[in-house]
Design a protein around this ligand. Structure first.
Ligand code: ZN
Ligand code: ZN
Length: 581
């Protein structure tokens, strides 16, 4: 009953605001109202952006919630379309596109994509509660008060999850089991530790503990239901295929990437790039051969030659217990190089904390950046590094070869400096909240992939052929990500052919390739963003170089490009090129 009241209250709120906006208010006012309303509909998203007004709310994914989301979309699309796009200031034109894309994408997702039915991993309270426990945006006691209220909805949350699920995929069912198991520790350990450090009354501590027990029971019941009732019955006929097919893929690509390219185009481009990279890599491998193999006869097969040289260089890696320390040590070296070469301004006041990937986020990627949202710019930015602690010696060796001395430098450029970390610091300084919130993954990943190449072009590593060869291998991974994603989701690529692509043609270690295959089956489109975004940014830089000739300044270009926030490259291009004319 309480939820119903909230729903109608929201509708009233929105329609009052709408009337006012159409009469007098500017687009900026509209955006402000839109964001406020957005946070009420999506409290956990708000939390992850650093907006904490609705922290105590745990959204139940029922029909009522979906109706609320659809109503929200309709009202705000109507209001949005009341503005004349062409007469808006240019930065607001991008925001207009971003808001429209977001709302249309939500409608499509609820009405057509429907992952709330087939993806049981949609349901996991781990992340929502972890941020209340770990992020120190407010005093612990205050965060625990919110957590206390939020806990009350956990049993209903999982009951609704069970009711929603219909014909799930096998891979998402397995993921849901693993990730929800990973969340249990938060309540049984992290929460207990936090309570011990808090100054709550004994009564409230007791209340939280009781509710946490019920939450754990709900998680365990969901996991047990998936493990015992759902998963055993899934097979090729009863389960939904993880392949979403061309129709859904084309739409998801358009909504998620907002690229200037069509999926088929970028797939063809990646095919061509793969061959070009093999040619470049063979040249370097031939050059390096005598250094490592002396007079030994070179393999005649191009891929075999490259593989042999890569394998030899890959043995130059750190020991398993010093992996994280090695990552930490390299960051100041990157900053020094960037400053010396005038590549981009790095704000020294924003700390980057290297940590082991938390359990509740484990299993999807090897390294990642957790940056503060636009509302808490001073919170820590974390550099999550995958843990080797559960690996067998063979797995650890494979992992360490993949992230060898050379590749580790490239991944640090990608994830940290001047890649994701630097870009996100700029993004949070951008005056547009809309661009920060609806960040364009294509631009974000494209920037990180672009940075790898740009750093080497600027002379990082003194043009070492080993580093370039490893870079090409790493870049080939972005290319293969595209081929893998589109291949699996649209072109019916088999697991065997996918492994052949990554291991034989992409020179990836088997552990790595197996992990990537899993990720490619669990996600769609995202893996294309690396190569798509890179291609767009690189092309834009070339265009600007041509246009500005000797006046072109790399640092100025980077800072200008980043100043628009995480916006689609095609819109940034529009603004940058228009301004120069
Ligand atoms: Zn080794
Ligand atoms: Zn990335």
């Amino acid at each position: 009953m309480k939820r119903l009241i909230t729903f109608f209250a929201l509708l009233n709120f929105i329609s009052c605001q709408t009337k006012k906006m159409n009469n007098s208010a500017s687009f900026d006012t509209f955006k402000g109202n839109f964001i406020e309303a957005l946070w009420e509909v999506y409290p956990e998203w708000a939390n992850s952006e650093g907006y904490h007004k609705y922290d105590s709310v745990l959204v139940i994914s029922n029909q009522q919630q979906r109706d609320k989301e659809l109503a929200f979309c309709k009202i705000y699309l109507d209001s949005l379309h009341g503005f004349d796009l062409k007469s808006l200031p240019e930065s607001n034109q991008i925001d207009y596109h971003l808001i429209e894309n977001q709302l249309l994408s939500t409608q499509w997702s609820i009405n057509e994509f429907k992952s709330y039915q087939w993806n049981p991993a949609t349901y996991n309270v781990g992340g929502a509660f972890a941020s209340l426990l770990i992020e120190k945006y407010a005093p612990l006691d205050q965060r625990l008060h919110s957590l206390n209220v939020k806990l009350t909805n956990v049993p209903e949350y999982y009951k609704t999850a069970e009711a929603n699920i219909n014909r799930p995929t096998i891979v998402h069912t397995s993921l849901a089991i693993d990730q929800n198991k990973g969340s249990i520790g938060l309540f049984e350990k992290d929460l207990v530790d936090s309570l011990a450090h808090s100054h709550l009354s004994d009564a409230e501590k007791q209340e939280i503990q009781t509710r946490a027990k019920a939450a754990v029971a709900a998680i365990k019941a969901y996991v047990a239901w998936l493990e015992n009732d759902v998963k055993p019955k899934l097979n090729d006929e009863t389960a939904r295929s993880f392949r979403i097919g061309k129709e859904l893929y084309d739409k998801k690509f358009a909504f998620d990437l907002q690229s200037g390219y069509k999926p088929e185009e970028i797939y063809e481009k990646a095919m061509k790039r793969k061959d070009e990279l093999h040619t470049e890599m063979a040249k370097l491998a031939t050059q390096l051969w005598p250094k490592y193999f002396g007079d030994k006869r070179m393999p005649e097969n191009q891929l075999a030659l490259i593989r042999k040289v890569l394998d030899t260089i890959s043995t130059q890696h750190v020991q398993r217990d010093s992996f994280q320390a090695a990552v930490e040590k390299q960051l100041p070296e990157l900053i020094a190089f960037i400053n010396k070469k005038n590549i981009v301004y790095i704000d020294p006041s924003k700390p980057l904390v290297v940590r082991q990937t938390p359990d509740y986020e484990a299993g999807v990627s090897v390294a990642s950046i957790d940056a503060p949202g636009p509302y808490d710019k001073n919170a820590n930015t974390y550099y999550n590094v995958g843990s080797l602690k559960d690996m067998t010696p063979e797995q650890a060796e494979s992992f360490l070869r993949e992230y060898n001395k050379y590749t580790m430098q490239i991944i640090n450029m990608h994830e940290a400096i001047p890649g994701h970390y630097t870009q996100l610091v700029y993004s949070n300084q951008s005056p547009s909240l809309i661009k920060t919130i609806f960040q364009n993954g294509n631009m974000v990943e494209g920037w990180a992939v672009y940075c790898e190449r740009m750093m080497l072009e600027e002379g990082y590593g003194n043009n070492s052929p080993e580093l370039w060869l490893m870079y090409y291998k790493w870049h080939l991974r972005s290319v293969c990500n595209t081929l893998l994603d589109y291949g699996l989701q649209v072109k019916n690529l088999s697991e065997t052919d996918a492994m052949h692509l990554m291991v034989d043609e992409g020179f990836q270690e088997k552990t790595e390739a197996t992990g990537k295959l899993k990720r490619a089956e669990l996600s769609q489109v995202q893996l294309c963003s690396y190569f798509t975004g890179f291609s767009e940014i690189y092309a834009l830089r070339d265009e600007m170089k041509q246009k500005e000739g000797s006046k072109f300044n790399l640092k100025a270009f980077h800072e200008k490009f980043l100043s628009y926030g995480s916006a689609p490259v095609k819109y940034i291009r529009e603004l940058i090129t228009r301004r120069k004319e």
